[in-house]
Write a protein that binds this ligand. Structure first.
Ligand SMILES: NC(=O)c1ccc[n+]([C@@H]2O[C@H](COP(=O)([O-])OP(=O)(O)OC[C@H]3O[C@@H](n4cnc5c(N)ncnc54)[C@H](O)[C@@H]3O)[C@@H](O)[C@H]2O)c1
Length: 315
């Protein structure tokens, strides 16, 4: 039973949803966030201690002081944007790997036992096996983002097998839902609010994706733990849709019939994965299951964005 948790990146999309659930479960929460892509207003509804700190640049002693008394550190702070990796080629290394090393050192100094890490299904690159299980190989990385997550996973595993922490690593597909602030639904709703008759879709629209709802994601983060020192769980939806399917659902939800214009090619950008669909049976055997369909997740995201248009100006 967790009494006190630290959530790094707790002002972000997934982190703030996680904070809500922890608070409902009676857990006291400290959020550490530099507010680079997160929003303090996501945390306005609960009794949370917020430390505004950049984990990459932090002194480990200061971070350890923030962690003091916590049973679990949920390490979600990261550069979460895969698409723009090559605009700033050192950012993923800094925000994802260096930050993770600081978190590991601070966990040890503060005596925190559990670390829960948000990795990604992108680590599998263009997987040979679909649905892709946790034991699949990933010989070739296709984005700086995924490369930094693979390296972070490896350091966490080394700390865990040395008995310094217990680690739960989640590799999840793209997540949707309330407070969503980056990704294709955000781009499409923003485009259509500005120009309702035309939607530009990166790639040819046939990319297959297995989007999941943030509620399902958070349910796994708060419930699954390793049998031993370390465990990896895939998280994703039961199936997939194409990007064009999603564009159609979004347009209908907005009551629009735009013309779709495709930029072409089977990838939307360098590192876009044309087919991602993870085997989530391991998490299911451990008691977790997806409750929201992909379409429901897309539509819920559209509804939240429509009710929170401030976020388009804030990003
Ligand atoms: N959203 C997805 O579809 C998705 C999919 C797979 C994995 N993930 C992972 O889940 C985690 C959360 O993603 P998200 O979508 O909520 O992103 P987000 O950008 O909304 O949240 C990230 C948070 O981390 C904070 N942050 C970034 N760098 C920091 C630093 N150096 N120090 C302190 N705070 C920092 C940001 O301000 C933000 O609040 C990330 O680790 C991401 O890689 C997300």
């Amino acid at each position: 039973m967790i009494r006190h948790a630290v959530v790094t990146g707790g002002a972000g999309f997934i982190g703030s949803n996680l904070v809500d659930v922890l608070l409902k479960d009676g857990v006291s929460v400290t959020v550490i966030d530099n507010l680079s892509t997160g929003f303090k207003r996501h945390l306005d509804f609960g009794n949370v201690k917020v430390v505004q700190r950049d984990i990459t640049l932090a002194d480990v002693e200061d971070l350890a002081a923030d962690f003091a008394g916590a049973d679990t550190v949920y390490h979600l702070a990261a550069n979460a944007d895969v698409r723009f990796g090559w605009d700033h080629p050192r950012l993923d290394h800094q925000q994802n790997l260096v930050a993770t090393l600081n978190v590991l050192d601070a966990c040890e100094k503060a005596g925190v036992r559990d670390i829960v890490f948000s990795s990604t299904g992108s680590v599998y690159g263009e997987a040979a096996e679909i649905p892709t299980p946790e034991v699949a190989g990933f010989p070739v990385q296709t984005s700086l983002y995924a490369a930094s997550k693979v390296a972070s996973e490896a350091f966490i595993e080394a700390h865990a097998t040395a008995g310094r922490v217990r680690a739960t690593i989640f590799r999840f597909v793209s997540v949707l839902g309330p407070r969503y602030s980056h990704g294709h639904v955000f781009d499409f709703v923003r485009q259509l609010s500005r120009s309702p008759k035309k939607l530009t879709i990166l790639g040819d629209g046939t990319q297959r994706k297995s989007y999941m709802h943030v509620d399902d994601c958070v349910a796994a983060l708060t419930s699954l733990r390793p049998a031993g020192d370390v465990e990896v769980f895939n998280l994703g939806a039961d199936g997939y849709c194409t990007v064009s399917d999603s564009a159609g659902w979004i347009s209908r939800r907005l009551g629009l019939e735009p013309v779709f214009e495709f930029t072409g090619g089977d990838r939307g950008w360098i590192g876009d994965n044309p087919y991602i669909y993870l085997d989530v049976s391991k998490a299911a055997r451990a008691g977790w299951k997806t409750r929201r369909t992909i379409r429901d997740s897309v539509e819920d995201t559209v509804d939240w964005l429509l009710a929170n248009e401030w976020i388009f100006d804030a990003r």
